[in-house]
Design a protein around this ligand. Sequence first.
Ligand code: DX5
Ligand code: ZN
Length: 220
Amino acid sequence: MTVRINPSILSADFVNLERELGTIASADLVHVDVMDNHFVPNLTFGPQMVGRIQDVSTLPLDVHLMISDADRWAPGYAELGVFSVTFHAEAASDPVALARKLRQIGARAGIAVKPGTPIDPYLELLTEFDQLLVMTVEPGFGGQSFMTDMMPKLRLARAAVDKSGLDVWLQVDGGINHDTIAVAAEAGASTFVAGSSVFGSPDRAAQIDVLRRAAAAHSH
Ligand code: DX5
Ligand code: ZN
């Protein structure tokens, strides 16, 4: 399985973002956390900032929307030309219609579930999504501890994706480091978001390499 490492710029220096992006050039995608201080109790940036990141990034953007009323706001992010837009199941009133709209605009469509949200309903709808994001922390902040008890949910999703034969990426986000990435890879994740473990490291390229090797050694 192809392993993808997506550093989350939530843990980067926002004042020097272009320079920070240069330090993660060996990653696969840039994970961009959009928070509205409503769906989650934290605030990051909106479409104007994401548009500028899209302008300067050499890597494709993996936008994670932690915002309310995704039906209304998510299409605007796809229109920026980003590679992937993932919205939360809890924040969308019609996830299938929204995913179709994102794809129609030209982005990959992802759906995310918080730790307390079952993934089962979306496993019946796999043709509608390009990515499933199983949160392994409560969304809102970097630097929290990985929730091992999300692994049964991940295994369920992996079994459904494999059975479907579709190229749906299975992403984990929250508390990923050189130890927990092995656990998540073993449970079936293929795409790994890592914020503090990459940006907290003095040598980001080396850390990306460590994460990639650990994931590859445990994925199947
Ligand atoms: C959390 C964000 C994550 C965050 C992960 O709500 O969605 O992407 O940056 O940070 P770490 O890797 O530090 O848990
Ligand atoms: Zn995220």
